[in-house]
Design a protein around this ligand. Structure first.
Ligand code: SAM
Ligand code: SF4
Length: 500
């Protein structure tokens, strides 16, 4: 798509938004979020007794997506004992689907050019203090060399503002550049193996381009599912002002062949219960239309951001206790999905989320443009979208998890073996993917330890590694265990990228 860089936001919106790519999914002119019905359910739904809560939990443990009424019921639970049962069940669900591991990744901010004016974001067009920048391919190479060669990341989420200067062609070129980098490291080769993308909603034609360059998950957050609030916080006639262009972007992604899609809401803008209901409704809609639900759900809480009227520092009604509750309810509401808790949250809250059923977390993150290659002293608010809550390095994060008996996984096997979309959903629901997760977590963890860990970290991580290997020996057939150990030994001897 070629767009005149001098066009006004409204002209730009007119060029980007393809109304027919929205209308085809509407039901008698209505979209699938019914604000009134959600508000009324949240108001009138009676609190469930413990028998009903346990019935709902059972449904979730059997890998069934919960109905709107069931999600509303769980949101009404206040009894500490029942909430603890829900958290325990959430962790059980997580372990069945994803085993005892946390997948880690790094955010990679490529451009903060933006035509939109979201009132909560430091990248918004009207923030004149933001230092605007988009990385050249040489800078992309340098950043990737640090990420893959010094820190040891294998998975990234590439983040872009919405602007003609960071069009689909730019996104595609950056992805190809990142995938093309290989850095010699201590024993093997450092390389990024999966790039997820967080960018503006795109038309089907553009999404096909990203599919063809090997995008991982396509991630777009609805921010708020409430139509009225959405309009207020996305003023003007920008692309982002179109609620439905955004709401149906995952439908378009599926049409384009991208079947790993990540949905999310920005918590703290409105009533957090409404957003949980919206996210669950989105999951059910994707399942109903495509037989594939969201690969991941994200639930960022709004963070202070420079010159953003709605991000002045308050959490606007989502207390830590509410946050843990919403994570728990989402875990049960969409049992098969991956759940991402980012370094926006403090270390303490992240630990609690990771032990309540979250499956993915970023670590060692920097969210300035070109920030990995810059001296830490140059990190400043004017160059960042918002301020991070957990600034531990990847190595510290891994060691802290290991102390809690949790293994960090760098696995990217599923998508490279074609286990995506509906196929992976079935495997997740039946616990089969969890088995792959287990062995691939050990193999990729061994790689990372050999290539990047200090002797002290290695010592901290050894017990969890050995206990996972013992579990594999106990849980799998001897013939498979031998095959696994053959891969493990080859990795110890310096071979890389072996997976099941
Ligand atoms: N421009 C694209 C878009 O808006 O979808 C992608 C990049 S945008 C930087 C990625 C996400 O950052 C947004 O979807 C929003 O949820 C989140 N975000 C924006 N401002 C934030 C803030 N102040 N605190 C936390 N998250 C924020
Ligand atoms: Fe731009 Fe996205 Fe920030 Fe909105 S959230 S101002 S679209 S970068």
């Amino acid at each position: 798509m070629t767009i005149n860089p001098k066009s006004s936001p409204a002209e730009y919106a007119g060029t980007v938004i393809k109304q027919e790519q929205i209308d085809k999914y509407l039901d008698n002119g209505r979209d699938f979020i019914d604000d009134k019905a959600i508000c009324s359910l949240l108001e009138t739904r009676g609190g469930p007794d413990r028998f009903e809560v346990r019935d709902i939990i059972d449904k979730s443990l059997n890998m069934n997506t919960l109905s709107a009424d069931e999600v509303a019921a769980l949101l009404k639970v206040d009894d500490p004992g029942l909430l603890a049962e829900m958290r325990e069940a959430g962790l059980k669900v997580k372990k069945f689907v994803y085993d005892n591991r946390i997948v880690t990744f790094a955010p990679f901010y490529l451009s903060n050019l933006c035509v939109n004016n979201c009132l909560y974001c430091g990248f918004r067009k009207e923030n004149k203090y933001e230092v605007r920048r988009k990385l050249s391919m040489e800078e992309v190479r340098r950043e990737t060399q640090v990420l893959a060669g010094k820190i040891g990341h294998k998975r990234l989420i590439a983040v872009y503002g919405e602007h003609p200067g960071s069009s689909t062609d730019y996104i595609a070129e950056t992805l190809e550049t990142i995938y093309g980098i290989e850095v010699p490291v201590r024993r093997g080769v450092g390389a990024v193996r999966r790039i997820n993308v967080n960018a503006a909603p795109l038309p089907v034609e553009d999404l096909k381009v990203l599919h063809d360059v090997g995008i991982g998950t396509f991630q777009v957050f609805q921010e708020t599912y409430h139509h009225g609030l959405y309009a207020k916080i996305h003023p003007g006639n920008t692309v982002k002002s179109s609620y439905r262009w955004r709401l149906y972007c995952m439908h378009r992604a599926m049409e384009a062949g991208i079947d790993d899609v990540g949905i999310g809401a920005l918590f703290g803008l409105g009533d957090w219960r409404f957003e949980v209901m919206g996210l669950a409704a989105h999951a059910r809609e994707l399942e109903a239309k495509f037989n594939i639900g969201p690969h991941t759900i994200s639930f960022p809480r709004i963070e202070p951001a420079c010159n953003a009227p709605l991000a002045g520092g308050s959490r606007r009604g989502v207390s830590d206790a509410d946050f843990i509750k919403l994570v728990t309810v989402l875990r049960l509401a969409v049992p098969y999905t991956g759940m991402i808790v980012t370094a926006r949250e403090s270390r303490e809250i992240r630990d609690r989320c990771l032990l309540s059923g979250c499956t993915q977390a970023d670590a060692g993150s920097r969210i300035g443009i070109g920030a990995y290659d810059e001296a830490a002293a140059e990190q400043e608010a004017r160059k960042q979208q918002f301020i991070l809550g957990d600034t531990r390095s990847l190595e510290e994060f891994i060691a802290d998890l290991a102390k809690k008996g949790v293994i960090t996984s760098f696995c990217t096997a599923a998508y490279r073996c074609g286990r995506t979309g509906g196929c992976i959903m079935d495997m997740l629901k039946t616990g089969k993917e969890g088995q792959f997760c287990k062995v691939n977590a050990v193999l990729t963890f061994r790689e990372w330890l050999d290539d990047f860990a200090s002797p002290a970290t290695l010592e901290i991580c050894r017990p969890v590694l050995n206990s996972e290997i013992d579990n594999i020996r106990a849980e799998f057939k001897p013939s498979f265990f031998r095959e696994f150990m053959n891969y493990y030994r080859r990795i110890e001897n310096g071979e890389r990228d072996l997976y099941f």
